[in-house]
Write a protein that binds this ligand. Structure first.
Ligand SMILES: Nc1nc2c(ncn2[C@@H]2O[C@H](COP(=O)(O)OP(=O)(O)OP(=O)(O)O)[C@@H](O)[C@H]2O)c(=O)[nH]1
Ligand SMILES: [K+]
Ligand SMILES: [Mg+2]
Length: 440
């Protein structure tokens, strides 16, 4: 029996113990599974309380069973759902019973969604949206993932592909009538107009400059500066917990420490780095090297200094804010006017940190810009759309032979087909569904 003909099961809910746990079963034997466990098949799509028993009739749990006959189910196959008490022992007993049934096996990560995809329940961009939704940490990410799951990009790509195929049909008809110049021109002229409009539409989506991808990946803010200026104290304050070691010894932080913040729904990663200085200690040198490279790759650097350690930013980065720390100390107060930092704060007492956070939130809002309107959320989308756009652009070159024009249109349709997961996607599928949680 082919693995995809087997019936799969998985715990669909989170870590045990929990109040309730849900085990999903999908495949041709899902109905048999229900009969073995509960003695009968409940009516479709109705939650039914039942005794769940193992293969020799011993009671496993007092639970609830649901029966979703295919194809009107989440995966398109027969699906059973078992709601049990969320203890490790109950789940283990149920899983043991399920595993003992013939042609029933544990699911691979993402296998339920993969089956739904293979049964045409969703296209690949929608499956990706589902994966993003499950992994969404902030509100903006959730909204974006939900739009993808609802098919905003998939619907557009399908429409574009249909239009390309219509244009292709005109061109092919034109080729058939190539002996009759007038008829051929009457077919190919409108096809070219269609392609030009389409080409402009795709270019517009591509020009959205990766905003959607950014929202998915988050923005990175690096805290950098000389040793002991209070970088780790600041990240602890922003995180509202002790993520980094703080000490009066210069050179405390060596590794890069990351925290995820949710600023008004925008995902922001803040990193604390080693204090920048020359050192003979190879471990500290490595810390400094990492600090520099991570700061250079960040979207924003908070260059921390104090009145004592007043220094100019010594890192590369697209945007750098000067933040003067320790304004609670007398000498810092006295010297406040000497330099003009963008912000004066006390990471120790919290003074001024609210202003800094407000500015960070504004920056994030600007950075993500209209990200939520962005259709492209992954590099895969961008590459395939760019391929389609390039084929369309080539097809519009003046004086192109009709056969080559048709070839370019076929290539453009093929790229969009790959975006939707319609063609030659085996490798892509493995990569995408492998990232999913087990049970999804
Ligand atoms: N008075 C005062 N002390 C502070 C403030 N921020 C940090 N400190 C102190 O400064 C010392 C160094 O703080 P850290 O947060 O470890 O500094 P750092 O920049 O991470 O240091 P390295 O990791 O060694 O580069 C500690 O003793 C902190 O308690 C502040 O706002 N006011
Ligand atoms: K320190
Ligand atoms: Mg530190």
């Amino acid at each position: 029996m082919h693995p995809s003909d087997q019936t799969i099961f998985a715990l669909a809910t989170g870590a045990l113990p929990s109040a309730i746990a849900i085990v999903r079963v999908s495949g041709p034997r899902a109905g048999d599974v229900l009969r073995v466990l509960t003695g009968s098949l409940p009516p479709p799509r109705r939650a039914v309380r039942c005794d769940l028993r193992d293969a020799v009739g011993e009671m496993i749990d007092d639970g609830v069973a649901l029966w979703f006959p295919g194809p009107a189910s989440a995966t398109g196959e027969d699906v059973a759902e078992l709601h049990i008490h969320g203890s490790r022992a109950v789940a283990a007993a149920l899983i043991k019973t399920l595993s003992s049934l013939q042609d029933v096996r544990p699911a691979e990560p993402g296998e339920f969604t993969r089956r739904a995809f293979e049964n045409g329940k969703l296209d690949l961009t929608e499956a990706e949206g589902l994966d993003d939704l499950i992994h969404a940490d902030t509100d903006a990410q959730r909204r974006q993932a939900l739009r993808q799951l609802r098919g905003v990009l998939g619907d557009r790509a399908r429409r574009w592909r249909d239009q390309i195929i219509e244009a292709l049909a005109l061109v092919e008809a034109g080729i058939d009538f190539s002996d009759e110049g007038d008829v051929a021109d009457e077919l190919i002229g409108p096809a070219r107009a269609k392609i030009a409009a389409l080409s402009a539409e795709i270019a517009e989506v591509l020009a959205e400059q990766g905003r959607g991808e950014r929202l998915r990946d988050g923005m990175v803010v690096a805290i950098a500066g000389p040793p002991n200026v209070g970088k780790s104290t600041l990240i602890n304050r922003l995180a509202r917990r002790e993520v980094a070691i703080v000490s009066p010894h210069a050179g405390t932080t060596r590794d890069v420490i990351e925290v995820q913040l949710d600023l008004d729904g925008y995902p922001v990663t803040v990193i604390d780095t080693a204090g920048l200085r020359d050192s003979d200690d190879p471990v500290e040198q490595e810390g400094v090297r990492r600090a520099r490279s991570r700061a250079a790759a960040a979207d924003l650097v908070l260059w921390l200094s104090t009145a004592v350690d007043l220094s100019d930013p010594d890192v590369a980065g697209p945007e750098i804010w000067r933040v003067r720390n320790k304004i609670d100390l007398a000498e810092e107060r006295a010297d406040r006017s000497l330099s003009r930092p963008d912000f004066g704060i006390s990471a120790g007492t919290g003074e001024g940190v609210a202003d800094l956070l407000r500015a960070l939130t504004r920056f994030a809002a600007q950075y993500f810009g209209a990200a939520e309107a962005g259709l492209i959320t992954r590099e895969r989308h961008r590459t395939l759309l760019a391929d389609a756009a390039a084929s369309l652009a080539r097809s519009l070159r003046p004086g192109l032979a009709e056969e080559i024009l048709a070839e370019e249109l076929r290539a453009a349709a093929h790229s969009l087909g790959r975006l939707l997961g319609r063609v030659d996607v085996e490798d892509v599928l493995g990569e995408i569904f492998g990232r999913f949680c087990i049970g999804k």
